[in-house]
Design a protein around this ligand. Structure first.
Ligand code: UFG
Length: 331
């Protein structure tokens, strides 16, 4: 049997695929390469280029391949863009998942592992955030992910497809071998922007607000290493295959770091100056997001080993400095 990975050419999907292959799983990837990169696709997988909104295309893949589980990374994931183009997010994320579930129902595939997000919670009343806290998304992106979770909940009741939804906090880092890493176009995430500044590709990094109610005035986030995050997907697969019930887990480090602390750590790791300017707050940014990941540890046996901000930034730096153009020319 194979695992079908939707979005397997993307940042997080590609890291999960490498681990699946290393674990001896047969992997089939679907990706429309809108944001994913051909170069990130593991050479030992079967790859179909196409869009999950096309039911006929999905049918063909489910007919040709023998699939027992799906990992669903295929979505648009930029908070800012989702506020400007909400319908793009409803189309690709919500409708895309609807078509996928239709194809899974037809094919009789009973397991799905789903990429969700801390953005489902919105502005938390307290931290660390547990899975039982209220979900009040403050962005279209977060709302679409919450709807996708609910779609899976109701589909399970009717058709018995079990799901694990993994709510990611701030994912960063790269594979320790630097074979694959983070390459978004345009880049909006903190760690790659800091490191592009260290490489001299940007003159400075703008800190989005230093007047938050935090120790140094900058936003606090919970950073998780992409390879620890990817490993949680393999544990979730094992959990579902062994008959585990549908479930939702937060994935983070239980620790918060401010934007200024991240920049300071990057200065230590890279030995570069990394010039900074203070800018305005970015609309929609919650001041503090920190996960409680106790449930993932207790139920899935998740044991992150590379999640320290030092290690995350070191691995990301190894990737960026060896691939200054990402998957472009040098990549
Ligand atoms: N930041 C800056 N300058 C930059 C980029 C980011 O100061 O140039 C700050 C942001 O304001 C924020 C922090 O760095 O305080 C982290 O920002 P990111 O854009 O890296 O990440 P977000 O916390 O905004 O978003 C992440 C994921 C989303 C997810 C969200 C959940 O990328 O997919 O967490 O809240 F939805």
């Amino acid at each position: 049997m194979s695992v079908l990975v939707l979005g397997g050419a993307g940042y997080i999907g590609s890291h999960a695929v490498y681990q699946l292959v290393e674990q001896g799983e047969k992997v089939v990837i679907i990706d429309n390469l809108e944001t994913g990169h051909k170069e990130a696709i593991h050479p030992k997988v079967t790859f179909y280029e196409g869009d999950i909104r096309k039911l006929d295309f999905l049918r063909t893949v489910f007919e040709k391949e023998s699939i027992d589980a799906v990992m669903h990374f295929a979505a648009n994931s930029l908070v800012g863009e989702s506020m400007e183009r909400p319908l793009k997010y409803f189309d690709n994320n919500v409708y895309g998942t609807q078509v996928l579930l239709e194809a899974m129902v037809e094919a009789g595939v009973k397991h799905i592992i789903f990429s969700s997000t801390a953005a489902t919670y919105g502005e938390p009343k307290s931290v660390p955030i547990t899975e039982t806290m209220p979900t009040n998304p403050t962005s279209t992106y977060g709302e679409t992910k919450l709807i996708m979770e609910k779609m899976m909940k109701w589909t399970e009741k009717a058709h018995g497809i079990k799901f694990v939804s993994l709510r990611y906090f701030n994912v960063a880092g790269a594979k320790d071998t630097s074979e694959i890493g983070e390459d978004h176009r345009p880049e909006t995430h903190l760690v790659p922007i800091i490191l592009q500044t260290a490489l001299g590709q940007r003159s400075h990094i703008t800190i989005f607000g230093d007047d938050y109610d935090t120790n140094d005035g900058t936003c606090i986030r919970d950073y998780v290493h992409v390879d620890d995050l990817a490993h949680a997907h393999l544990l979730a697969l094992d959990y579902l295959r062994k008959g585990g019930d549908s479930n939702i887990f937060n994935l983070g480090s239980n620790e918060g770091f401010s934007v200024k602390e991240m920049i300071e750590t990057a200065r230590e790791v890279t030995g570069k100056e990394i010039p900074v300017q203070i800018g305005k707050r970015r609309p929609g940014d919650p001041s503090i997001l920190i996960a409680s990941s106790e449930k993932a540890k207790n139920v899935l046996g998740w044991n992150p080993t590379r999640t320290s901000v030092m290690q995350i930034i070191q691995d990301a730096w190894n990737w960026h400095s060896s691939h200054p153009q990402g998957y472009g020319k040098e990549g």
